[in-house]
Design a protein around this ligand. Structure first.
Ligand code: ZN
Length: 196
């Protein structure tokens, strides 16, 4: 039995978009990029993880949707609730504003997140997922460093991930993407969504 996580705005009595299979993206739903060391480990915010994923344009649609929800409710009482928590969120369940998932052909795309070594033509392809659309581009050294240092090489930050989309799961595509980037970082790397 896995844990399931949901995000709510208590101020608006609204439900946020579910991430992956009711997963957790960071220890709090703060859009500010925080990584805070405590005596019992590291707590990082959604914003911290989002920024590291965004650095390489690896943004599944549900992550982009959650970011939009958090921006919309910025400054409100936002909570992440685990179904095993004893304390219930302060929500009027009968009148909950449920999140409606929408797919926009302009903003979203279904395909495989792909990285190509421009020198060798070797390509890594993720599993198929819905992503935020972006233009094919070459990653900069700073973007690569941000993704690796802030996320993929930081096991304590990775602990803040749970049951997200397989494309950003540390035990699935995320680790393989990081490995491909580490192995090929001497050459220019191009990222794009393969819709074929
Ligand atoms: Zn709100």
């Amino acid at each position: 039995m896995g844990l399931a996580f949901s995000n709510y705005c208590e101020t608006c009595n609204a439900e946020g978009p579910e991430v992956g299979d009711a997963g957790l993206v960071g220890d709090n739903v703060n859009i500010a990029p925080n990584r805070i060391e405590h005596d019992d480990g590291v707590f990082c915010s959604f914003g911290w993880i989002y920024d590291a994923l965004q650095a390489i344009s690896l943004v599944p649609k549900d992550i982009a949707d959650l970011k939009a929800f958090l921006e919309q409710h910025h400054g409100h009482d936002l909570v992440t609730h685990c179904d095993h928590d004893e304390q219930e969120p302060n929500i009027d369940w009968d009148n909950l504003r449920k999140y409606k998932r929408q797919f926009s052909k302009d903003k979203d795309v279904v395909g495989c997140y792909s990285i190509r070594n421009v020198e060798t033509d070797e390509v890594f392809e993720s599993q198929t997922d819905a992503f935020r659309r972006f233009d094919k581009r070459i990653l900069t050294a700073n973007e690569i460093a941000k993704f690796l240092q802030d996320l993929a090489d930081d096991s304590e930050v990775l602990d803040g991930f749970y049951r997200c989309s397989p494309t950003i799961d540390p035990y699935e595509d995320l680790e393989q993407i990081a490995e491909f980037i580490r192995d090929n970082s001497d050459d220019p790397l191009e990222v794009f969504i393969d819709e074929s």
